[in-house]
Design a protein around this ligand. Structure first.
Ligand SMILES: NC(=O)c1ccc[n+]([C@@H]2O[C@H](COP(=O)([O-])OP(=O)(O)OC[C@H]3O[C@@H](n4cnc5c(N)ncnc54)[C@H](O)[C@@H]3O)[C@@H](O)[C@H]2O)c1
Length: 259
């Protein structure tokens, strides 16, 4: 059967592209035929992330901080200068912040987490939506988390920020009523990644590593997810196969939040 989730010729902008999920996604989108713009604040890692992309991706790497409105406006302008359009926007950059109970959580980190995870997503929407609304087409996918659906001890601020991403997603989808622009989000669960390890270690400081069996015991799939499995859902939402999907939060968690 031919692969129906094709993105041939679409211009896809991905933030947090130097991270594990962002990198997996730029590679999958390119494999499906998209041209790719990779955005991250870590310049060196961004270069590594785009290194093996196929020539057909016409990859453009842009170093930018998603919390800086001037830098967001600038990367959108650079994409338009090079490609003339934005068809897909994966608004994905995020940080976990500290791992600590609310009573010990610093206000400075609270503000930083909201700045990246909420203000960053908001600024991306603010500057990409006008481009898509003008052309009356486009697909935006934000990265929330299962921590945006349920509480998560010691990462309460991260959880609050991801609840906000779901709210931004649904509201933006409504603001695109009667247009060809769709806005959705993905809610990854426990993905095999640096971020997950940091959270697990932060909850067990100074103790022996938590055995894998213990980590996965509440996941019906009985394993961690892979970044590529998040990327697959992003590729679907980016594609015309998802033409009737908007305002949704797609959970990619091996069933972790099913009950
Ligand atoms: N890893 C998981 O288990 C998991 C689970 C649920 C949700 N998520 C979410 O998925 C997204 C990607 O996570 P990941 O696991 O790839 O993490 P990661 O740390 O590997 O990647 C995040 C990327 O975002 C970039 N970034 C951070 N702040 C930025 C800023 N101000 N401007 C530009 N870039 C910035 C970082 O440089 C990094 O490359 C995040 O939004 C995260 O919250 C991850």
């Amino acid at each position: 059967m031919p692969d129906r989730i094709r993105l041939d010729g679409k211009v896809a902008v991905v933030t947090g592209a130097a991270g594990i999920i962002g990198t997996a996604t730029i590679h999958l989108l390119a494999e499906r035929g998209a041209r790719v713009v990779a955005v991250d604040r870590r310049e060196q890692d961004l270069q590594t992330a785009i290194k093996d992309l196929p020539a057909s991706a016409q990859a453009l790497a842009i170093t930018a901080d998603v919390t800086r409105e001037d830098e967001v406006a600038e990367y959108v302008r650079a994409v338009l200068d090079k490609f003339g359009t934005v068809d897909v926007f994966y608004n994905n950059a995020g940080i976990e912040g500290d791992v600590a109970p609310i009573t010990k959580y610093s206000l400075e980190t609270f503000r930083r987490v909201l700045d990246v995870n909420v203000v960053g997503v908001f600024l991306g929407l603010k500057h990409v939506l006008p481009v898509m609304l003008k052309q009356n087409k486009g697909s935006i996918i934000n990265t929330a988390s299962i921590a945006g659906r349920i509480g998560s001890p010691q990462v309460a601020v991260y959880s609050a920020s991801k609840h906000a991403v779901i709210g931004l997603t649904k509201s933006a989808a409504l603001e695109c009523t009667a247009t060809g622009v769709r806005v959705n989000c993905v809610c990854p669960g426990l993905i095999d990644s640096r971020m997950l390890s940091a959270i697990i270690e932060g909850r067990n400081p100074g103790n022996a590593p938590v055995p894998n069996d213990k980590i996965v015991e509440r996941i019906p799939a009985r394993r961690l997810g892979q970044a590529s499995e998040v990327a697959s859902v992003v590729a679907f939402l980016a594609s015309d196969e998802a033409s009737y999907v908007s305002g949704s939060a797609y959970t990619v968690d091996g069933g972790r939040t099913a009950s």
